[in-house]
Unconditional design. Structure first.
Length: 125
């Protein structure tokens, strides 16, 4: 995905739109502006919509801010689910719509980290 703008990718099943993923990469190593502002609002004909972004939601004293945003910023786009990067420890930011998580890192990272890593699997029933 581009670091210049959010990209919209539609996934089809049986020739019907089954899901929409909207995401963007990060253009530089350190970003202090809110990249959520580059994302389009969910359109009425979009099915289940997933947002992908490397960012900091709110404040976390254990992590430097990166593309900081608020939970309200994410909610305003009306997506169904947000999978965020930046924090490698799996954590749930919001359990109700929209579901917002840091899914974690599925493989071991730097050996100096003192917290366990892994991935969070979220099931939609």
């Amino acid at each position: 995905m581009s670091g210049d703008r959010a990209e919209v990718v539609k996934f089809k099943k049986d020739r019907e739109n089954a899901a929409v993923i909207v995401g963007m990469s990060y253009p530089t190593r350190h970003i202090m502006k809110n990249l959520v502002k580059n994302f389009p609002k969910k359109e009425g004909n979009w099915p289940f919509t997933i947002g992908l972004l490397h960012c900091s939601v709110g404040s976390n004293p254990e992590h430097d801010p990166y593309a900081p945003c608020t939970l309200q910023d994410l909610r305003e786009l009306n997506y169904d689910y947000w999978a965020l990067g930046h924090i490698h420890t799996p954590s749930i930011v919001c359990k109700e719509a929209p579901i917002v998580i840091y899914p974690g890192n599925p493989q071991a990272g730097i050996s100096v980290k003192t917290v366990p890593e892994g991935a969070l699997l979220w099931m939609f029933l």
